[in-house]
Ligand binder design. Structure first.
Ligand code: S3P
Length: 172
């Protein structure tokens, strides 16, 4: 399949990059968090607090499976924890080219310091740091392409993705 899937830690820019990458290339843009919120008529924050994280993770897996049947030529941004659950990385690989937007913890902390919508992001303890270091090798494992995004603006990131996609399509 020829979708482009953006993965990476909370705050790395998946949604903003994905939206612009899609509009620049006249592709459909899909965000798994937005899909889950629309389908369940609840915010992610409410799903976490009423039904718990494990339930949210089931919704994420079901969402990715449904996209496998439905989508081609789309840009898909997935929640930061989606690639972590066993089996999901492989599903993403079946869906298309997986692009890891790699931001440093410093960049992420700067961007999300006032965020109130992400249940797993809290500056109060070391949890975010632990999560970051646990997840990074998993993102790397499933990525076909890794883009360093620190100090890069959205257009530079998209230029980089497009350049690497062209190189990859020539290699095939
Ligand atoms: C999560 C990331 C969030 C959202 C949820 C859980 C995570 O998406 O799916 O709050 O586990 O990293 P973003 O990566 O778009 O912030």
């Amino acid at each position: 399949m020829s979708n482009i899937i953006l993965i990476g830690f909370m705050g790395c820019g998946k949604t903003s990059v994905g939206k612009k990458l899609a509009s620049r290339n006249k592709l459909l843009f899909v965000d798994t968090d937005a899909l889950i919120e629309n389908n369940s008529n609840q915010s992610i924050k409410d799903i976490f607090s009423h039904k718990g994280e494990a339930y949210f993770r089931e919704l994420e897996t079901a969402t990715i499976k449904s996209l496998l049947d439905e989508l081609d030529n789309a840009v898909i941004s997935v929640g930061g924890g989606l690639p972590i659950k066993t089996g999901n990385g492989e599903l993403l690989g079946q869906l298309g080219t997986v692009v890891f937007l790699d931001a440093s913890l410093e960049t992420i902390n700067k961007r999300l310091k006032n965020d109130k919508d992400r249940p797993l992001f809290s500056n109060k303890d070391n949890k975010v740091e632990e999560l970051y270091h646990f997840r990074k090798p998993i993102y790397t494992q499933y990525a076909h392409m890794i883009i360093q995004v620190d100090n890069m603006n959205i257009d530079d990131i998209i230029d980089d993705i497009e350049k690497q996609l062209i190189i990859k399509s020539r290699e095939r």
